[in-house]
Design a binder for this molecule. Structure first.
Ligand SMILES: [Zn+2]
Length: 351
């Protein structure tokens, strides 16, 4: 890889910081559209890391994570290049929508093509202008609308370098996720670029724990890559994260009003009641039970459900008691002051 960093036809010098606007197809209102990209180059050559958010246009925690990341004073000491794209799906974001105006999912449209759909064209631009110029990547996501995710890293942990970066992110839960067709992660992996996907919180909401953990996580990965100097504070070493061997969804056994009796991060036993679904017109009550023992890493936030809808995502671990303990200390570490009163007073519920 040459020493020069050219993006959108602009040469970005070492020891400089630029906002580059990559041209995109305009809106049909004649409104011009661009993909804004922050490029921060250190004095010395080093890894080139891209950090992207809002590939799904309604997933906003990552956009805030990047905003805070770019304000870090430590970036003055950067080695290598940080390429930050706070809003990839600029079209979706305008409409608070996960998708593009052509109703395609950008994260199923990679690597894209010049002559393809709007989604394919945006994916192609992202590949040629960002991914091909970088050595590593982190893509920031949240749960879908009305669904919350416990902060977690999904990555191909069979690749040793990806696994090392995933562990350095500092969240307690890692999912060895199979690559999905058409995702940015798959397309980057095909280019030999180690990539992490951070999932935390829910769509269209800020979640302070998810944001703080995300900012810290990206910085930890940058330290691991020696893009930033090691932390001077001698905090005790972070415990090793737990890798889920597999995960499973618990679906609604009936349609109706849904009440949860467990929360994100709860340790659950197979067969335990996780929630109840009531018929609002006086029919019976159905129990939603855990299909496997594990930790609740995703859950529905809306009390209206149809039979068959996914309500809980449970990750299986060897030792769920230990995982639950680590999740609680993680939440305490990242919680803002005003939240501390509500966290950690009790053991995570065992249901
Ligand atoms: Zn997403």
């Amino acid at each position: 890889m040459s020493d020069d960093f050219v993006i959108g036809g602009e040469l970005i010098q070492r020891r400089s910081r630029r906002l580059v606007e990559l041209p995109l197809p305009p809106l049909y209102t004649h409104t011009p559209m661009t993909l804004p990209v922050h490029v921060v180059r250190g004095a010395k050559e080093g890894p080139r890391l891209f950090v992207s958010a809002a590939l799904h246009g309604d997933e906003l925690n990552g956009t805030e994570i990047i905003r805070r990341l770019l304000k870090q004073p430590a970036l003055r000491l950067l080695r290598g290049t940080l390429v930050a794209v706070p809003i990839v799906n600029v079209y979706g974001l305008i409409h608070h929508s996960r998708y593009l105006p052509d109703r395609r999912d950008l994260n199923r449209s990679f690597p894209g093509s010049v002559k393809g759909s709007l989604a394919a064209r945006l994916a192609h631009l992202f590949m040629t202008e960002i991914v091909h110029k970088c050595t590593h990547g982190i893509d920031l996501h949240t749960g879908a609308i009305h669904r919350s995710n416990l902060p977690q890293i999904r990555a191909n942990l069979d690749d040793p370098e990806t696994a090392r970066l995933a562990e350095s992110f500092g969240v307690p839960v890692l999912l060895n996720a199979n690559l999905r067709d058409g995702s940015l992660r798959e397309a980057a992996a095909e280019q030999g670029i180690p990539m992490l996907l951070y999932e935390a919180g829910e769509a269209l909401r800020f979640n302070e724990v998810a944001i703080r953990a995300g900012v810290k996580g990206v910085i930890s990965v940058m330290r691991n890559l020696e893009m930033l100097p090691a932390s001077r504070s001698r905090r005790k070493a972070r415990p090793e994260p737990f890798v889920a061997r597999s995960s499973t969804w618990v679906r609604a056994s009936a349609s109706g009003l849904f009440r949860r009796v467990c929360s994100l991060g709860s340790r659950v036993k197979r067969g335990a009641v996780l929630g109840l679904i009531d018929d609002p017109f006086g029919g019976g009550e159905s129990e939603v039970t855990a299909a496997a023992s594990g930790i609740v890493i995703g859950c529905s936030e809306i009390p209206l459900v149809h039979e068959g809808e996914a309500l809980f995502h449970i990750a299986r671990f060897e030792d769920i008691r230990e995982v639950a303990g680590q999740i609680e200390s993680f939440q305490l570490e990242h919680a803002p002051e005003e939240m501390l009163e509500t966290i950690g007073q009790d053991e995570p519920p065992i249901v």
